[in-house]
Design a protein around this ligand. Structure first.
Ligand SMILES: [Zn+2]
Length: 71
């Protein structure tokens, strides 16, 4: 499955499996969601990163930070 690069409120970039909202009744959070940051551990608001605004280095680094299934 393709992973999407996201940016956490804590400032970390990482790749995650991003499943678009299916239900129109879902709380309108836009493209933000609350999830665990694989880099620094805390839960944080996360949103899809605009890859065009990132450097190639930032993208490569984020792709190496794929989140893992919850242990
Ligand atoms: Zn973090």
């Amino acid at each position: 499955m393709t992973r999407t690069i996201v940016k956490s409120d804590c400032g970390h970039l990482y790749a995650t499996i991003w499943i678009p909202l299916i239900s129109l009744k879902a709380v309108r959070m836009g493209n933000r969601r609350f999830q665990h940051c694989p880099v620094c551990r805390p839960w944080a608001w996360t949103e899809q990163a605009d890859v065009s605004q990132l450097t190639a280095e930032e993208v490569a680094q984020a792709q190496q930070r794929e989140d893992l299934p919850i242990p």
